[in-house]
Each structure stands twice: as C-alpha cells, then as structure tokens.
Design a protein around this ligand. Structure first.
Ligand code: KDO
Length: 339
C-alpha cells in the first residue's frame, strides 16, 4: 500500500514533468496564464469579511465550470484600486470585476440614489426581490448603458448600524448632533450621515480603524459583520442599532470583457457570481443573527434607539431632497409594494 508521502511525491513529480514538458514545447507557465482571460477583481473588503471570501467561491466555481479559461486574480483591501474608483477602472478596461455600491452607481445613474436612502429596502429578502425582479432588470439596463458594466448578482452587504468611539445616550437623530460620523467620501454617503443627524466626515474604509483609534472621528456606520471583520470593535465602545440602511453591493463585470465572452462563458461567469452572492448572503444573514453576543463579550454597549424617530427623520430628509426629485414617478411605491 502506498503511503501518503509516496503519493504526494508522485504528484509533485508529475507536476514537475508537466512543467518540464511545457519547457520542451516552448510553453512557459506564464504564457499558459497569459492565454487565459484575465479576471482582475478589486475590492476594499478585508479578508475576513464574507464579501471578500465570496470571491474565492467565485474563483473555485469558475475554475471548475470553465477549466483553464480564466485567470481569476483577487485583490482585497483596495490594494489594486481605491474604494469607489472601481467603476471608472472597469469602464476604461483596466479592471474586469468588482462589487459596486448603490452609491457608486448613483453618481452616474441618478435613479439609483433611491437605494442610497435610509429605510427604503426592508430586509435582505426584499432586497433580492427588488433587484431580481422588473425593477432591477430595468435599472441594470441603464447601468450597463451609462457605466459600461454588467451587473451579475446582488450581494447583501448587511444592515448598517451606528458604531461610536465613546458611549452616548442616543435615542433620536438629535442625539447624534455634532458627532463626527465617518462616511465613505462621496456626497451621496455624506448626505446619509447628515440625514442621521450627525456631522458626516469623509474617510476611506481603510483609514477608519486608525481614525477611530486616534479620535479624528467619533464613529462610523457599517453592518455588524464588517465591524467584527475589520476589528472596529477594538477601538469603539458602543453600537447603536439604528438599522438605517439594508445595504447592497452588486457584482459587476466590465462590458468590454463581458461582450467578448462566448455564450457558454457568460453563463458560467454569471453562475459563479450568483454562487458567490449566495455564499455571502447566507453566511452574512446567519452571522447577523448571532453576532450581538460577540460584541457584548468584547465589552461594547449595544443600545436600541427610537428607530421610528430615526426612520421618520431620515425619510423626511430624503423626501425633501434633490435626490427624491430624480426618482422616477412611482418607483418608491413599486419598491414598497414588492413582496
Ligand atoms: C464603507 O466604506 O463603509 C463600506 O461599507 C461601503 C461599501 O459600499 C463597501 O465599499 C464596503 O465599505 C467595503 O467593501 C469594505 O467592507
């Protein structure tokens, strides 16, 4: 009977012979990779977060369905492109894939700003129904025309909560007055922070930990699995469960790459993106259901404000804003009626 180490040695030898054979035939391993269609992925996600791990699911799925056709390269921590610059990089053809936010999309497709408003999407299942139904189908067509990217699947990023450096009695938006609440650096994000009653302060995701540690910001908002994965709980003392945004990101591919694929390749890439989203969504929803105890054990105070007061104030602020003027007539109603 062969021992495990013998088998391992034989596998290594077989691999070495394959590489040597390529050398004889004048085919370098680099050239082999070059023949594959590059699939560069860029995301600000930290390795421990589900929407980072989902890219490994994407890669494994695609490698299995389309052996040797794609060279999937996963770049986390915004190491390839800065947060928010991915859509432009994809449109230029410098990047194949990313997960883009409603806030990224709203910059070029104003209708989409409806999904940057707090308290519009009710829960993860509502989110999937809205984006997998006629509303999503129509909007994604406009996204493709205006942004030159194709959306492949909808990823539940989680429900955003307020996370503070120091403990504070927060019942209503008025209690966040003067709080320097970090938001990603675009006007759509800053508007959400202001709608919550805080002083919205722009900062890239990768700088939030240090900002909280040194006190250049008083707080930040993110879904709880991200608060854990990015270790923000180490430098904050309170979670305020505002539930203000059921947040989504969208796996998108550059149209330059998408349009060059065969129908079979398109099907496999789409299936891989759906599998990645499903992996993220299931794990994130499960984690959100269990995570509060973790923060309590870490010594954080977890408080529930007057969510109705937050909801009313945020919804009124958006209704009166210029954003609401760009929302197609009836869209909010159709979203609300989606069950
Ligand atoms: C953030 O910067 O707070 C945010 O949650 C915004 C999201 O759109 C997304 O970019 C996310 O960061 C990153 O993927 C890191 O988790």
């Amino acid at each position: 009977m062969k021992t495990q180490s013998m088998i391992r040695r034989q596998i290594v030898a077989a691999c070495a012979s394959a590489v040597a054979l390529c050398g004889v035939l004048g085919v370098s391993t680099q050239a082999m990779a070059q023949n594959k269609i590059p699939m560069r992925i860029s995301t600000p996600a930290v390795p421990d977060d589900w929407h980072a791990k989902m890219w490994t699911v994407f890669k494994e799925n695609l490698d299995k369905s389309s052996a040797n056709q794609f060279d999937v390269q996963i770049n986390l921590n915004a190491s390839l492109f800065k947060q928010g610059t991915e859509p432009a990089a994809m449109a230029r053809g410098n990047l194949e894939l990313s997960s883009i936010s409603a806030f990224d999309i709203a910059k070029l497709v104003p209708d989409f700003s409806i999904f940057t408003a707090g308290y519009v999407i009710r829960d993860p299942s509502h989110q999937q129904k809205v984006f997998n139904g006629p509303i999503g189908e129509n909007l994604f067509k406009t996204v493709s025309e205006k942004m030159d990217v194709t959306i492949l699947s909808t990823v539940y990023l989680g429900t955003r909560q307020v996370n503070l450096r120091d403990v504070r009695n927060v019942r209503t938006p008025a209690d966040l007055k003067g709080v320097k609440l970090r938001m990603p650096g675009t006007k759509e994000w800053l508007f959400l922070g202001e709608a919550l009653g805080a002083t919205a302060t722009p900062l890239a995701f990768g700088e939030v930990y240090l900002g909280l540690k040194t006190g250049t910001i008083d707080g930040q908002d993110n879904p709880l699995p991200t608060v854990r994965a990015a270790k923000f709980y180490e430098v904050t003392k309170q979670l305020v469960l505002t539930n203000h945004l059921v947040d989504g990101i969208f796996i998108a591919i550059s149209n330059k790459t998408w349009n060059a694929l065969t129908p079979a390749q398109k099907q496999n890439v789409k299936a891989a993106a759906l599998a990645a989203a499903q992996y993220n969504n299931e794990n994130r929803i499960k984690e959100e259901g269990q995570i509060i105890d973790f923060f309590k054990k870490e010594g954080l105070q977890v408080t529930t404000p007057d969510v109705d007061a937050f909801q009313k104030s945020v919804q009124d602020t958006y209704a009166k804003s210029d954003y609401a003027k760009t929302w197609p007539t009836g869209l909010l109603d159709s979203i609300n009626k989606t069950r």
